[in-house]
Design a protein. Structure first.
Length: 406
């Protein structure tokens, strides 16, 4: 791929929308890209082409063992946590076994009471706001959004509350795909293994115990791997969904009502983010089961295809007027598509956590406003997940709740 575009660099941080437009202009809907170490892949940016890839799990398989580049991948490759090799998780299981596995996870998540989920999300959100509300200023990313989802998810899974901060650090290290990625993956795996061992001996009313009670014959190691996937997929994208939505409401006049009690505007802003500023920008991936053609490109057997979710969401053939609000249109790719998409109960959980997190901020911090110029806000340097590095705000000092109910 002599014309390959490096999948990295500051433009994914500073101007991804412009970058995707240039890729589409220069290369079409399927773009040759290079990963760390010059590893080749295809980035699927076309809405129609992405629908084709995610809708045909036989031709475009989730089985990473098909990859024709494994002999070129070093043991310390920083993207290994995102592109697993012989990893026994749901991400790389195919066929009937995948359907059984997806059912096990969905069944365990479906029993989560949405009212109890919201109550727990409010509890953790209030605790986090209590730490900043007296000061009149806060960073809503590092002090709030980046801490909230994992606290709620850890509680649902059965972790003690005090393990939350360590899980946050490990998850962020793993997802960023940099020098601490493998260490973060190791911490997360050992934490999940301890929890599974504990719940095997002492079942409780939590997600892990319900997964262990499934009669499909999955091993403890398989359940540990699935819990890692669920935690990674559930935490950082939800944290970025909160941060990106709050940024939109604080910087875009169309959503000004959100800051003054307009709860419908919260839902509109959250949906707008999933179209225009989705937390999960690109996903690895699918592997071609045989030679084929896609978007005018010749794809070889074993080639890796990256799912360009944000690129597809902004495909001009779909978004003919990108300036128009998306309203209730949910035909975006932000949760994936096809049999390997994010399970519906997991989407609902993420939405409850994100919306609750946003509404608690608006309820607790009056006259909130950005503390820095909007143009100075920066993003993490990642082509995979798009989130703010910080969101500094000012507000009128208010008393802490101190654990009292609102």
């Amino acid at each position: 791929m002599s014309e390959a575009v490096p999948l990295g660099g500051p433009r994914f941080q500073t101007e991804p929308a412009c970058l995707y437009r240039e890729m589409r202009r220069d290369h079409g809907s399927v773009v040759p890209v290079e990963l760390d170490g010059g590893i080749p892949a295809w980035l699927v940016l076309g809405y129609r082409e992405l629908h084709q890839v995610t809708g045909d799990p036989v031709l475009f398989s989730r089985d990473s063992e098909l990859w024709n580049q494994w002999e070129n991948i070093p043991d310390d490759w920083p993207l290994l946590p995102m592109i697993g090799h012989r990893q026994p998780s749901i991400l790389y299981t195919v066929g009937e076994r995948h359907r059984q596995r997806a059912a096990m996870i969905s069944n365990a998540l479906e029993t989560v009471d949405p009212f109890e989920l919201r109550r727990q999300a409010e509890r953790f959100a209030d605790e986090l706001i209590d730490t900043v509300c007296l000061s009149g200023e806060a960073d809503l990313v590092t002090q709030y959004a980046g801490l909230l989802p994992v606290r709620v998810l850890a509680h649902l899974y059965g972790f003690p509350d005090d393990e939350g901060p360590g899980l946050v650090t490990a998850l962020n290290d793993m997802i960023d795909g940099r020098e601490r990625a493998l260490a973060g993956q190791s911490h997360l795996a050992s934490s999940m293994a301890r929890l599974v061992a504990d719940r095997t001996e002492k079942p409780a009313d939590d997600v892990v115990s319900r997964m262990l009670a499934d009669d499909s014959g999955f091993t403890d190691e398989e359940i540990v791997q699935d819990l890692m996937v669920m935690m990674a997929a559930g935490h950082q994208p939800t944290a970025d969904w909160i941060g990106n939505s709050l940024r939109l409401m604080l910087t875009d006049d169309r959503f000004a009502a959100s800051l003054f009690g307009g709860r419908n505007s919260v839902a509109e802003a959250m949906n707008e983010v999933l179209w225009e500023d989705t937390p999960t920008q690109n996903v690895a991936g699918r592997w071609a089961a045989r030679d084929t053609h896609l978007g005018g490109r010749r794809v070889r057997a074993g080639d890796l295809l990256l799912l360009g979710l944000q690129g597809a969401n902004s495909d001009p053939q779909v978004r003919t007027d990108a300036s128009a609000l998306t309203g209730g249109n949910n035909a975006h790719f932000s949760f994936g598509h096809g049999e390997h998409r994010c399970p519906f109960p997991a989407q609902e959980i993420a939405e409850v956590i994100a919306r609750t997190g946003i509404e608690v901020v608006l309820d607790r911090l009056p006259d909130i406003d950005l503390a820095v110029p909007a143009g100075s806000l920066t993003r993490r340097p990642s082509p995979w997940l798009r989130g703010l590095t910080e969101l500094p705000v000012r507000f009128t000092s208010t008393p802490a709740l101190g654990g009292t109910s609102r």
